[in-house]
Design a protein around this ligand. Structure first.
Ligand code: F6R
Length: 368
C-alpha cells in the first residue's frame, strides 16, 4: 500500500507529479476557456467581488499566502489571508462583495468550518478549496474547487499542499478571465506553464538522494532557519513547519527582508539556513535575496540555497546548492517546496521518528 516506500508521506511526496496533473485535468474547455465545474458561483456574482479573504490553518494557510501573490497580481482584487482560528474573534468586516475562500485538505478543520459559517451569516459568498469530496466545509460552501491529490494518509500535508496551490492558481486565473484583467492567451500561457509543473517536480524528485544526503548531515541540528521573499516567503514558512512537526527541531521561516530587523541576531557560526532564491527576472527580488544570503553567511550561517539550476550567481554564497527547474516566480512554490519536504521526511526518518504519525498531532483538527 506504500508502493515500496517506508512511509505514506514519502509515497505521497513522490505522487505529487500525478496529483498536480490530475488537479489540472479538464479545466480548459474546447474553446480554451477555463471552466471550474463545481464552482457554483455565477460569473456575475464573481464580477462584483471586490475583496477576498482567505482563511485556513497550518499548511493550508501557507498555500493561501501564495494565493495572495497570484490573485492580486493577475486580478487586481485585494486579498487578505488569515488564520481561521484568529478570523472569527476580531469581528471581521464582511459584505456581499467579499468572497471568503476557505482552504482545507480534510474539509473538517473546526476553526475553518466555524469561520465560513460566520462569513455566511454576514452574507458573504464562500468558496472552498478542498481535497475531500463530501466533507463538511465544501458542503457548507457556495462553491468548491476540488483538488485531486487522492487520499492523504501521512499527517504532514504534501500532495495536499501542492494541489491546493494548483487550485489557488486556477481560482486566480478564473477570476482574471471573468473580470477581464487577463486576456485569453495570457491565461493559456500560464496554464501551459502549469501543465509543465508535473515534469518539473519529477526532475526535482530525481535528485532526492542529494537531499537525503544533506538531511543526514543535519541530524545534530538544534535549530534551522528558512528565508524566502515574495512567493518564496510562504514556502520558507512551510519548510519550517515540516521540520518542526516531523523532526521536532526548532525551525523558523522568515521574510528575507525582515531578518535585519531582529532575527539576524540568531545567526551564529554553523547555523543551517535554507534560502529560497527567486528566479532571475526584471524585478529586484533575486538580487535582494542574494544580499540577504550574504548577510547571514558573513555571520557564519551555513547556507543551503535553492536556486534555478543555471543560476551561477549563487554558488559563491552557498555552502550547499540545490537546483530548481526554471519556472516563473509566482509558480516557484510548486517546485521549491519539494526539497524541503524530502529534507524533513529524511531527517525525521534518520532520527527514528514516526513520520506518518508525528507526536501530538492529528490528521484533521476537529476541535476548536
Ligand atoms: C501540516 C498540516 C496541518 C494542516 C492543518 C489544516 O503538515 O498538515 O498544518 O495543514 O491542520 O488542515 P486542513 O487543510 O485539513 O484544514
Amino acid at each position: 500500500e506504500k508502493d515500496g516506500h517506508d512511509w505514506f508521506m514519502r509515497k505521497e511526496i513522490f505522487e505529487q507529479p500525478r496529483a498536480v496533473a490530475d488537479s489540472l485535468l479538464g479545466r480548459r474547455n474546447a474553446s480554451g476557456l477555463l471552466e471550474l465545474d463545481e464552482m457554483r458561483l455565477d460569473d456575475s456574482e464573481l464580477r462584483d467581488i471586490d475583496r477576498i479573504i482567505i482563511i485556513a490553518a497550518g499548511t493550508s494557510y501557507y498555500a493561501g499566502m501564495v494565493a495572495k501573490y497570484a490573485i492580486e497580481h493577475w486580478t487586481r482584487v485585494s486579498v487578505e489571508v488569515e488564520l481561521a482560528s484568529e478570523f472569527r474573534y476580531r469581528d471581521p468586516i464582511l459584505t456581499r462583495s467579499t468572497l471568503v475562500v476557505a482552504i482545507s485538505q480534510s474539509g473538517e478543520t473546526a476553526d475553518t468550518l466555524q469561520a465560513i459559517r460566520h462569513a455566511r451569516t454576514q452574507r458573504s459568498k464562500v468558496l472552498s478549496i478542498c481535497n475531500t469530496n463530501g466533507s463538511t466545509i465544501p458542503r457548507e460552501s457556495d462553491g468548491v474547487i476540488y483538488t485531486y491529490a487522492g487520499p492523504e494518509i501521512g499527517v504532514a500535508s504534501t500532495k495536499g499542499y501542492v494541489t491546493q496551490l494548483v487550485a489557488c492558481y486556477l481560482l486566480a486565473l478564473y477570476l482574471a478571465q471573468v473580470k477581464g484583467t487577463f486576456f485569453g492567451d495570457e491565461i493559456h500561457h500560464v496554464m501551459d506553464q502549469l501543465d509543465e509543473i508535473p515534469q518539473h517536480i519529477e526532475s526535482v524528485l530525481a535528485e532526492a538522494d542529494q537531499i537525503y544526503k544533506i538531511a543526514r548531515e543535519h541530524v545534530d541540528a538544534t535549530s534551522v532557519l528558512f528565508l524566502g521573499r515574495h512567493a518564496g516567503y510562504p514556502v520558507a514558512l512551510e519548510g519550517a513547519l515540516k521540520l518542526k512537526e516531523l523532526a521536532y527541531i526548532h525551525a523558523e521561516g522568515f521574510a528575507a527582508g525582515e531578518i535585519k530587523h531582529g532575527p539576524i541576531a540568531l545567526i551564529e557560526p554553523g547555523l543551517p539556513v535554507f534560502c529560497i532564491v527567486p528566479p532571475r527576472g526584471r524585478d529586484h527580488l533575486h538580487d535582494k535575496m542574494l544580499s540577504g544570503i550574504q548577510e547571514v553567511r558573513t555571520r557564519g550561517a551555513r547556507t543551503i540555497c535553492l536556486a534555478e539550476l543555471d543560476d551561477e550567481t549563487i554558488a559563491p554564497y552557498a555552502d550547499t546548492l540545490i537546483g530548481l527547474p526554471k519556472v516563473p516566480v509566482l509558480l516557484q512554490p510548486l517546485v521549491a517546496v519539494i526539497p524541503l519536504q524530502l529534507f524533513a521526511c529524511e531527517l525525521a526518518t534518520v532520527m527514528g521518528h514516526d513520520v506518518d504519525q508525528p507526536r501530538n498531532l492529528a490528521k484533521s483538527v476537529t476541535v476548536e
